[in-house]
Write a protein that binds this ligand. Structure first.
Ligand code: GUN
Ligand code: FE
Length: 457
């Protein structure tokens, strides 16, 4: 029997999702990870190679075997997070979006001209996210090219897969003088240079860290900047990220400026591609959904931050019914939790609120938007395979040919709130993992088959 040489073999029970409503449980599978970090083979106990691979991996010391009560999940994907807003986690949530940006957020982001401040904050953020099981994050950094590159270096050092954007924002009316690109031309040339320099970072030969073209949102960008960034997207094929139809103010601002919605305007500027990640999209119409769907763009649903800034609940069920690529985002610090487990719970709760309605003074027949609920199975998909599909990367599923980005949840871990009983089915257990996993339950995290938990000093 010819056997391959592996980097690591992981043995234990595992869950993965293949589609929004279809999870797959593998009892005591072995995941054989090659030297590039891909899952090369998955063998179940009845396979002829199963025991031999385990024996060799054990004798050569590259077998990782789960204990009773531990489960493997794909690593979670955070599709929308503002790295520089980490110091504001859990505060300053008392103003509407447009005031929150000016009063709290832009002054904080301006501080990232200081590389030491950036390094310290980003180190703490990235290591915290890894310990919550977030193996891939899609970051907005700041306008500063150098500290945005620093975030890339830290992700490479700590082993997190990341997509990172130097934020582009030049509009003199909506960006403060102390925090904006000094001109469209400058923002465009800095974006080009950022893309080049990030890809060339030492240690990034495999592209674990990718650049993202990042117009902050239409109100902060001049026409010249938006069209220049569209050109870069066409030339480079890079990912693109922005905020789309987030709040009443923002959605109406774009309609007043262009006579069309965010989705149509982004399309017109060449910024709606299969590599586009649109944060929020709470106020999109059916026509907007058609634009997004036909471009194969994706949505980062940020349910927690939406409660504070979006003035509405995102129509998640409707979007899933239309087969639009969708995943989840923490939207730190507009969202106050770094945990994508938490974001799953908020996505479910928000959908329930939309389904049943929120105003008890209305009769139940008119109170809600029936048929809006999503299940824990769908939330699990959104946090994993859904995010991978949005990014068009082989991540988010425990499947041959995908990167082995994964975590182990220990239900018997210290101070565990995950209580498993003998009569729990495999589906019950997955439900309990989604609802009750805390940071202290996550005892192992891999990216590319490399251990990345507690790598920080
Ligand atoms: N729109 C423009 N910038 C931001 C931001 O930093 N957070 C959120 N939630 N929305 C935005
Ligand atoms: Fe955001």
């Amino acid at each position: 029997m010819k056997l391959k040489n592996y980097k690591v073999v992981v043995k234990g029970p595992a869950y993965t999702a293949n589609s929004p409503d279809d999870f797959h449980y593998m009892d005591d599978a072995i995941f054989c990870v090659d030297h590039y970090g891909y899952i090369s083979d998955i063998y179940m106990p009845q396979h002829e190679k199963y025991s031999t691979v385990i024996n060799i991996a054990r004798s050569e010391d590259y077998l990782y075997e789960l204990k009773k009560g531990q489960y493997i999940l794909p690593g979670f994907i955070d599709l929308h997070i503002h790295a520089p807003q980490w110091p504001n986690l859990g505060k300053s949530l008392d103003r509407p979006l447009e005031q929150w940006l000016q009063q709290y957020t832009f002054p904080l982001e301006a501080r990232y001209a200081d590389l030491d401040f950036a390094r310290k904050t980003y180190n703490h953020l990235v290591s915290t996210l890894l310990s919550h099981g977030t193996t891939t994050a899609v970051y907005f950094a700041t306008v500063h090219r150098e500290s945005s590159l620093e975030l890339g270096k830290i992700c490479l050092e700590l082993g997190q897969r990341a997509l990172i954007g130097k934020v582009a924002m030049d509009d003199v009316n909506n960006c403060p003088d102390y925090y904006r690109d000094c001109s469209a031309e400058h923002a465009i040339s800095e974006t080009r240079r950022f893309i080049r320099e990030l890809l060339a970072l030492p240690g990034n030969e495999k592209g674990n860290v990718l650049p993202v073209i990042t117009p902050r949102f239409i109100p902060c960008c001049s026409d010249e900047l938006l069209s220049g960034l569209g050109e870069i997207a066409k030339e480079t094929g890079c990912h693109i990220q922005t905020h789309c139809s987030e709040s009443d103010w923002e959605h109406n601002f774009v309609i007043e400026r262009y006579g069309v919605t965010d989705s149509q305007a982004l399309y017109n500027y060449g910024l709606m591609t299969s590599k586009t990640i649109l944060a929020h999209c709470n106020h999109i119409s059916d026509d907007d959904m058609s634009i997004i769907e036909s471009a194969s763009a994706g949505i980062a649903h940020c349910p927690l931050s939406n409660f504070y800034f979006a003035n509405s609940v995102f129509p998640l069920r409707h979007v899933l019914n239309k087969n639009i690529n969708t995943g989840l985002g923490s939207d730190i610090s507009a969202g106050h939790s770094p945990s994508i487990f938490e974001v799953c719970r908020h996505a479910i709760t928000a959908s329930k609120a939309l389904n049943d309605g929120v105003n008890s003074q209305l009769s139940s027949e008119v109170r809600g938007y029936t048929g809006s609920s999503v299940s824990f199975r769908e939330a699990f998909w959104l946090a994993t395979g859904g995010g991978g599909k949005v990014l068009d990367l082989p991540i988010g599923q425990l499947r041959e040919g995908y990167f082995f980005d994964a975590m182990v949840v220990d239900t018997n871990g210290p101070d565990s709130d995950i209580i498993i009983y003998d009569d729990d089915t495999t589906e019950d257990i997955l439900q309990k993992l989604i609802y009750n996993t805390q940071r202290n339950n996550i005892c192992k995290v891999w990216v590319n088959g490399e251990n990345v938990l507690n790598k920080h000093k």
